[in-house]
Ligand binder design. Structure first.
Ligand code: ZN
Length: 255
């Protein structure tokens, strides 16, 4: 695949980067990346992935735009309230970059059929807002052997990791084998969330995805980044595969 003169101009700032260059930009253009959830995390992730020239972007979400989304879900405008998020997202992404294919799925990802869905993509980003979806995405990615960039957040703090046991390190369930007890992890609607935080975390998801696809730098395999927006601090903790993990069996453990 060669880049047209339009694309050479559009992606010029990537192409001059030593770690991306023409080969990395062509890898981005050949990639299929699925984003689960078009919410606070999914919106900025999708915007930056479309701007970066990912060849095909998938987005799956069953929700409609509500007024309280607009404080942080930057793909949507006031006039979109009541419309399906994936339909609005598809229009916005096509406006941003006509070179990108968009596959919009107005549905909720559940355990049923998730592995088959995920297997059609090279990389999955999970920006979902609930534990059943998060565990279903992880299990499907492990079963299909697909790397997963996942983030989660609450109030002022977010976390981010690349779960990729086939290429080393733990899966999500190795580190979080059980969802927290009811009430210990309140939703954004209950606990609140500062609007710019998903901008930071969703952009970091896109950054990890671009690095992974282009083959640049070092991915967050076996590491969890925690960003504390209230104090402007981030820290990184090492994570390990568990041999008794019910999802991946600890296959990514260093032997
Ligand atoms: Zn595991």
């Amino acid at each position: 695949m060669t880049l047209s003169s339009d694309e050479l101009d559009r992606y010029a700032r990537h192409i001059v980067l030593r770690e991306v260059g023409g080969p990395g930009q062509r890898r981005l253009g050949a990639a299929r990346v699925l984003v689960v959830g078009a919410g606070g995390l999914g919106c900025p992730a999708l915007l930056y992935l479309a701007a970066a020239g990912i060849g095909t972007l998938g987005v799956i979400d069953d929700d409609t735009v509500s007024l309280s989304n607009l404080q942080r879900q930057v793909l949507f405008a006031t006039a979109d309230v009541g419309r399906p998020k994936v339909a609005v997202a598809e229009e916005a992404l096509r406006r941003l970059n006509p070179h990108v294919g968009v596959e919009a799925m107005e549905a909720r990802l559940t355990e049923t059929g998730a592995e088959r869905l995920v297997a059609g993509w090279d990389l999955v980003l999970d920006g979902s807002d609930n534990f059943p979806t998060r565990y279903a995405v992880n299990a499907a990615c492990v079963a299909a052997g697909r790397p997963l960039v996942a983030a989660a957040m609450s109030q002022w703090e977010g976390q981010l990791a690349l779960w990729d046991p086939d290429r080393g390190g733990p899966c999500y369930a190795c580190v979080f084998p059980e969802p927290p007890a009811a009430g210990l992890a309140p939703s954004c609607a209950e606990a609140g969330i500062v609007g710019a935080l998903p901008g930071v975390m969703g952009s970091m998801m896109a950054l990890e995805a671009i690095k992974h696809v282009a083959g640049a730098g070092e991915g967050l395999r076996g590491r969890l980044v925690i960003f504390d927006g209230l104090h402007g601090e981030s820290r990184r903790i090492a994570t390990r595969a568990r041999g008794d993990c019910a999802v991946c069996g600890g296959r990514g453990a260093v032997r």
